[in-house]
Design a protein around this ligand. Structure first.
Ligand SMILES: Cc1cc2nc3c(=O)[nH]c(=O)nc-3n(C[C@H](O)[C@H](O)[C@H](O)COP(=O)(O)OP(=O)(O)OC[C@H]3O[C@@H](n4cnc5c(N)ncnc54)[C@H](O)[C@@H]3O)c2cc1C
Length: 248
């Protein structure tokens, strides 16, 4: 079946922009734990604005005394999904990720706004290279699901990295897609080093790089060395600058 590869264009872009910027109460439909640190949350977002693969939502937690904390989480779901799926990895002493990974249950309500981000968003119709480390695979899985949905898997190539197979979210889905996968702390493992990135770099594609500051810096440097034009590289950093493991 021929399908338009562009996520549904809104007939009311101005209203959608306003709605995306408005805090709404999303209902948690399901909570699936992944390993010791990860959790997959599926949310029913009222008046959902269809996202472009790569975009993110902001979740806001509110304490009884009025204190609030907001953090960003990439949409993992395809634009066609009725629910918004997020993958949250608990970071040590993390204020928000710890709550989302350990306390949230189906039926809970979470304040959210989104989708957000015009830069780190795939148009779904041009060649793309996704490079992700650890939880940084989240927006790339949305791209993968969308590419599959519209029958154009050939537009997207993925190279992802995690410490071990147990640490890679969506491992089966990524394996089935033919993604290049490197496990940096596994016996006989490998890294997304300069040679690997040189082999996947594609000057004709937009490169979406996502993960910790250290990971994204290394990948950007490998891509530039491989001749990937700087203007074609888009980066999403999950952690604080200078921290985070190379693949985490
Ligand atoms: C656009 C965007 C999209 C994001 N998408 C996702 C996503 O899909 N899944 C996901 O799990 N996270 C994602 N993040 C990261 C997320 O927003 C939070 O930063 C993360 O969950 C930590 O928040 P926290 O409140 O638990 O930690 P905090 O209380 O803010 O920090 C606790 C400690 O952990 C350190 N820290 C904070 N973040 C990280 C990190 N990512 N890695 C290592 N150490 C860290 C801090 O420096 C501090 O020492 C995204 C970030 C951005 C900017």
């Amino acid at each position: 079946m021929a399908t338009d590869p562009t996520p549904r264009r809104s007939a009311r872009p101005e209203e959608d922009r306003k709605l995306a910027a408005t805090w709404r109460d999303a209902k948690v439909v399901s909570v699936d734990h992944h390993g010791e640190l990860g959790v997959i949350l599926r949310l029913d977002v009222p008046d959902r604005v269809v996202h472009r693969p790569g975009q993110h939502y902001v979740l806001r937690l509110r304490a009884e005394d009025g204190y609030t904390a907001s953090r960003s989480y990439s949409a993992v779901s395809a634009p066609s999904d009725d629910l918004v799926e997020l993958y949250v990895e608990k970071v040590p002493d993390g204020e928000v990720s710890g709550f989302l990974a350990e306390v949230v249950e189906p039926g809970d309500v979470l304040e959210c706004r989104g989708p957000i981000g015009r830069w780190f968003a795939w148009d779904g119709r041009s060649p793309a290279l996704g490079i992700g480390g650890g939880s940084g695979v989240a927006p790339l899985v949305s791209m993968l699901r969308h590419a599959r949905d519209v029958g154009h898997p050939e537009l997207l190539h993925l190279a992802v990295s995690a410490w071990t197979a147990e640490h890679l979210p969506y491992r089966e889905e990524l394996e089935a897609s033919g993604a290049l996968i490197a496990y940096s702390r596994q016996k006989g493992g490998s890294r997304l080093d300069a040679a690997v990135i040189a082999a996947v770099a594609d000057p004709g594609a937009t490169a979406f790089v996502c993960g910790s500051a250290r990971f994204t810096l290394a990948m950007e440097s490998h891509l530039l060395s491989a001749g990937q034009p700087e203007s074609s590289i888009r980066i999403e950093r999950f952690g604080p600058t200078g921290e985070g493991d190379g693949d985490g």
